[in-house]
Design a protein around this ligand. Sequence first.
Ligand code: C2E
Ligand code: MG
Ligand code: MG
Ligand code: MG
Length: 285
Amino acid sequence: KCKIQNNNNATRFEKSLDKEIQEYFWIKNDLLKLGLKEELYLDYQPIYSIDTNRLVGVEALIRWNHGEKGIIPPARFIPIAEKIGMIHPIGEWVLLKACSQNKEWQELGYDPIYISVNVSVLQLEKPDFTKRIKKILEKSMLKPQYLQLEITETFFTQNYELIQDTIKELGKLGIKIAIDDFGTGYSSLGQLCELNINNIKIDRMFIDGVDGNINKSKIVKGIISLAESLNITLTAEGVEREEELKFLNTNRCTFVQGYLFSKPVEAYKIEELLKRNGKNKICLC
Ligand code: C2E
Ligand code: MG
Ligand code: MG
Ligand code: MG
């Protein structure tokens, strides 16, 4: 009996592995075929200042509208794009698109906001990354202070030496640097200081239920006071409930982002928010 059960488990395991491998291969093939651009697009998620109730920035989030399979989220194809080197053309496309979009909003006369773009560690590791960023800023005519690059905290474990110079160079250009998914990796106080980070994005797992969980609230308070002492602004990711926002307001978190305010949306919806920016209260606090 036991043996049969084991066999069943093994078969189930093989089947799911099979599925994963198949998925890997079709995503890989279709990424390589991707006449870039046509099937890729960006959504934008609003980032608000708690203090001023204003929209201060948006995060650009890539989507792939696959002809047959529908919309594929980044978590499914970015890791594969990284493996096969497609992250470079894709990443470059994202940066140019995002910067140009932000410039377009400014040209329409709205108060300027910053655009926050996720970059892969593999992009940062390319020796000419800073040069490419400069080119993108020139092409889009966006001023560097309106671009923020989000780097996931995991980079601190790989090639730290190489990447730290690039980050410093980018900082000197006037670009903002944010640490994404903060709390899930291994950065140290010293490193944060050394790199002149501008913004820390607290990972959603700490924000989820922070108002009712002693441990989470201690961690978040700790991160906030750390950031304050280093003169770094803070963004809470994944704010979904009013109570979480109240907690973040009471504890002096700077910026907030999450489904409570808006899901990632298309560019024209951001324009609607820009039109009435500052006129609506984002919260009850
Ligand atoms: P991330 O940079 O941490 O982005 C935040 C993710 O959380 C987004 O998922 C966003 O839709 C989701 N989110 C925002 N607010 C909430 C909330 O209140 N609740 C919940 N449950 N989720 C929320 P998305 O768009 O699926 O992106 C997933 C990840 O894919 C991103 O995580 C980022 O690491 C990566 N990614 C997205 N776009 C790009 C890109 O252009 N380049 C690179 N290299 N990575 C990207
Ligand atoms: Mg991000
Ligand atoms: Mg990210
Ligand atoms: Mg994040």
